[in-house]
Design a protein around this ligand. Structure first.
Ligand SMILES: [Zn+2]
Length: 350
């Protein structure tokens, strides 16, 4: 069995408490309850996050914006963006969310764990250089990618984003950078509006941003198909040194914000593909960062299935896994379109 680390902290439950906001502490509370069952606690290693420093955050964000967020400590309530609120613990929770990713990475490099999950609030993938957006304050996964470059001198970092929404902040951070390959599946057109297939990166980063925009209604087998036909071959060619995953559980079939049809078995398969790629290409180094997900049951069950795959305890039965793997039907026009655009750079084996 592999060693899987979980970053969790009670401070993540204090950010915008009692606001009635859909990005509520209840989301994480339900997940933490699942983790605290005897079935789970014995299997996992819990890791305390640390505060990311202002310098580390500034690798991805404007210092004036960071200082502005710091000042929210003195205020009871602040609106940072139409969707994004802060209270007097938001600064601390946000620094611990960004730093939680860094702690997880250090633990993986120190070989105390094989892989792990950052289960934090606020989420990160919409936050841009100088602005909070879409419930996100600091871009946790982008700061972690910068950390991998700066502290560990990595040159090929993969970020896969399966959240319902396009990770506009992460895309912006690395749009002209081939040292970070960003691949996103998302409902489209939808919030935040970016993520068309034609957005492929610029300069050195051209073809290192891969957008797979999807209409509503895609389910487990559709996602399996995309992972088998597009994501696997690109990742093998890129040969990443570390895999980061923006894991949003708002593609769950019963999510109040989304219209996708993914079940916990689908989450198990998507994580299985990425874990297998990490095993093959980068000594198993992979970390999952919680982004969205607003159905409490979907979050808890989805995260549980990802954890079992991380542990190597196969959440899926062999027949189910084989059915997902065998799915090789490319009638989906989005798949053909993405292959046509990115076929200039990547070989899809056709
Ligand atoms: Zn989302």
């Amino acid at each position: 069995m592999k060693k899987t680390g979980i970053v969790k902290d009670s401070i993540y439950l204090e950010h915008i408490k009692d606001s009635g906001h859909i990005e509520s502490p209840g989301r994480l509370f339900h997940v933490y309850e699942m983790l605290e069952t005897p079935e789970m606690t014995d299997l996992l290693q819990f890791i305390k996050p640390r505060m990311a420093t202002k310098e580390e955050i500034s690798w991805n964000h404007d210092i004036n914006y960071i200082n502005r967020v710091e000042k929210t400590q003195e205020m009871e309530w602040v609106q940072l963006d139409p969707d994004t609120l802060a209270n007097n613990v938001t600064w601390k929770a946000s620094c611990l969310a960004a730093g939680g990713g860094l702690a997880l990475i250090d633990e993986i490099f120190e070989k105390n764990i094989d892989n792990g999950l950052l289960l934090c609030r606020p989420p990160g993938h919409h936050a841009i250089h100088s602005k909070a957006m879409g419930f996100c304050i600091f871009n946790n996964i982008a700061i972690s990618a910068c950390y991998l470059k700066k502290k560990y001198n990595l040159k090929r970092i993969l970020i896969v984003d399966w959240d319902l929404h396009h990770g506009n902040g992460t895309q912006d951070s690395f749009y002209n950078d081939k040292q970070v390959l960003y691949i996103s599946t998302h409902q489209y057109p939808y919030y935040p509006g970016s993520g068309a297939a034609e957005q492929v990166g610029t300069g050195e980063g051209k073809y290192y941003t891969i957008n797979i925009p999807l209409s509503a209604g895609h389910g487990d087998m559709d996602f399996a198909n995309i992972y088998n036909l597009i994501i696997k071959p690109i990742v093998k060619q890129y040969n990443p040194q570390f895999i980061l995953v923006s894991a949003g559980f708002d593609i769950y079939f019963d999510d109040p914000l989304g219209e996708m049809k993914v079940t916990e078995k689908g989450f198990a398969y998507l994580s299985r593909v990425l874990i297998d790629l990490a095993d093959e290409l980068c000594d198993g180094k992979i970390a999952f960062f919680l982004e969205g997900g607003y159905n409490f049951e979907g979050l808890a069950q989805g995260i549980k299935s990802v954890i079992f795959e991380c542990l190597g305890q196969n959440y899926l039965l062999t027949d189910e896994l084989n059915a997902f793997k065998a799915k090789k039907d490319s009638k989906n026009p989005v798949i053909s379109r993405v292959m046509e655009i990115h076929g200039k750079k990547w070989d899809f084996g056709y």
